[in-house]
Design a protein around this ligand. Structure first.
Ligand code: COI
Length: 356
């Protein structure tokens, strides 16, 4: 149990006047959580302080060798004005898994959840009120040693910031176009694909920018060895409903183990769908598309929630999905996930964690 010291911001910002114009994580709240680590001392000094810039030595390890990681989760306001989280312990566990790969000392899952809850409670008035908007929570850990040797840092800072946010994609729940990336890769066996480290995202930006210039929302990454099997999309996992079954890449080291992904798999299985977690060749996806068997394609992610896909483009070959409209399974997942998150339907899975 952390003993969190709270220092209130005496000059709070004005809250956004129009919550329908929030966009994704563009403004940040009045406070942040901080906790420091020093070798020999462990994690110490947990505190909530006014949101403020960091002052750091230019030779700090994180700026040069990207020894860092992050998480993403949300706080939701229910119709009866309660604030709640969705499976925060899964984010805490995943942060531990990322930490291990990045040689960053782990934060106990209970401490992670306690810190998130404490900060959200302080920032409860920042949790949006309108449908579809929530408080995006971004925990991250950075290496803070000063020096340019390539070694694991002996000092770290764990920080949590919050941003009232609307939909991640400008399209909202409208189906998006996806470009299947056949030149660049995101991950390969033995690398860091399963972690939420910033380097994974830095390496993905070029392909994402090129795809955006061509009018696509994001890229679909193929496996880094053969560029043959589908893996994930820039900011979400992806699922394909083909001939009644749902397929998605297995989390065997190169794919991010998404909390929304695993929740959707559980729901789909509850509803009687067969879910196949394993290699799915892009050639077979396109073939199914041309044969009319590619029934639905959708992304799953905390920021993106459930995001229907209407078009895939692979080396100039295109398939169009469900006439460009959201499919019934995608819609049911969206309604169920958002229904539980915003407290509109009962939490039959024990996934909701109340804050205040
Ligand atoms: C999230 O879905 O929370 C993420 O961290 C994805 C991010 C790249 C926006």
């Amino acid at each position: 149990m952390l003993d969190i010291k709270i220092t209130k911001n005496t000059a709070p910002k004005a809250k956004p006047a129009d919550e329908s114009q929030l966009g994704f994580a563009k403004i940040f709240t009045d406070h942040m959580f901080l906790m420091d680590y020093a070798e020999g001392q462990g994690w110490h000094d947990p505190r909530i302080v006014p949101y403020a810039p960091f002052q750091m030595d230019p030779a700090t390890v994180v700026f040069h060798y990207a020894q860092e990681l992050f998480e993403g989760l949300k706080a939701y306001r229910t119709a009866d004005n309660k604030i709640q989280l969705f499976r925060p312990e899964c984010n805490g566990q995943r942060m531990q898994d990322s930490s291990d790969r990045m040689c960053i000392p782990t934060v106990p899952v209970d401490d992670f959840v306690q810190a998130v809850k404490a900060l959200v409670e302080v920032e409860k008035d920042w949790v949006p009120h309108i449908d579809g908007a929530s408080l995006y929570i971004r925990p991250f850990v950075i290496a803070t040693d000063v020096g340019l040797g390539v070694h694991a840092s002996k000092h770290y800072t764990f920080c949590i910031i919050c941003a009232p946010s609307g939909a991640y994609y400008a399209e909202g729940i409208d189906p998006i176009r996806i470009y299947v990336e056949d030149e660049y890769i995101r991950a390969a066996p033995g690398l860091t694909g399963f972690t939420k480290c910033g380097g994974n995202y830095a390496a993905s930006i070029k392909a994402g920018e090129l795809a955006e210039q061509k009018g696509f929302a994001q890229v679909l990454w193929l496996d880094g060895v053969e560029k043959k099997y589908v893996e994930e999309v820039g900011s979400m996992n992806i699922m394909f409903k083909i001939d009644g079954k749902v397929y998605t890449a297995a989390c065997t080291g190169t794919v991010l183990p998404g909390v929304t992904r695993r929740s959707c798999i559980e729901l789909l299985k509850d509803w009687g769908y067969e879910v196949v977690e394993g290699p799915l060749a892009i050639a077979n996806v396109m073939k199914a598309g041309h044969e009319g068997k590619l029934e639905e394609v959708f992304g799953t992610g905390t920021a993106a929630v459930i995001s229907p896909v209407k078009e895939l483009d692979w080396k100039g070959d295109k398939v169009f999905i469900n006439n460009g409209v959201i499919g019934p399974v995608t819609q049911k997942l969206y309604d169920t996930m958002t229904g539980m998150q915003w407290g509109r339907i009962p939490d039959t899975k024990g996934w909701i964690v109340p804050v205040c």
